[in-house]
Write a protein that binds this ligand. Sequence first.
Ligand code: FAD
Length: 281
Amino acid sequence: MDIKNPDARFSFEFFPPRTEAGMEKLMIVHQELAALQPDFFSVTYGAGGSTKDGTRQAVTNISQAGSAVAPHLSFGGSSKEEILTLLESYRAMGVNRLVALRGDIPSGTGVASQYYYANELIEFIRAETGDHFHIEVACYPEIHPQSDSYDKDIYYFKKKVDAGANSAITQYFYNPDAYFYFVDNCEKAGIEIPIVPGIMPITNFNNLQRFSNNCGAEIPRWIRQRLQSYGDDTASIRAFGADVVLNLCEDLLAGGAPGLHFYSMNQTEPVRQIWQQLDLR
Ligand code: FAD
């Protein structure tokens, strides 16, 4: 397809596996997706630092396998010294991109006192490591669930940009108008960094519903109704989901989106199918 933005970039997100077998499987998925030549992979970071070692291990493995990789990072329950050590270890292995987040800290973990907003983490990274890292941040076309208002959320997004963020990846959404309206409003607020849509393939209705309830992403009624009507028919859910997400990607790229970031859920096929139909490389 024709891409309106010639500098469009593409990336795939993983979460860190909890077991050795999971890590081996992840590295197979990585190899399969690396063949599609994305610009980089990213690896999520668990709430409260719970997956710190898993994230670092996955980042190390992906980096050693020859791919550019962006670790996600949040203060969570860690001290500034611990975060600095982690940053230095990433720098030593050649990592030059990060996804900086506040993160979601589960209640009852006792780490509320170290609950830093993402803009504070970015200020810290810039103060300690200068311009070494390209810093990605999260943003929310349908607005962060804890935000007081649409304008406030954009105001705090701008704080992250002013603190030194270079580009942003959105929460997933299925309504392209929400994205384009958000981008317009960000531009009006003086936000000039690329805002890359986050794309969630649709493979399982119950999981999607659960994620969406937690993160505030809307599943449009027509999509919900259709998915519900398939019941346990996984093949039909996947086929319909692939169609919906392919159309979404096409609309976004034709409308000038500066790339796509796929939430792979550590699976090859849903992303590869969309990618091949988009015919991007
Ligand atoms: P922030 O930008 O800090 O914003 C959080 C909320 O506080 C918003 O409502 C904002 O409007 C408000 N706010 C921001 N700054 C201030 C301020 N200075 N004062 C008052 N209010 C403020 N979660 C994980 O745990 N691990 C991950 O690896 C991970 N990866 C993600 C990747 C992407 C691309 C996205 C979109 C989300 C990801 N998340 C991840 C989820 C994310 O951590 C949550 O959405 C979290 O609740 C907010 O993180 P943030 O960095 O956007 O927070």
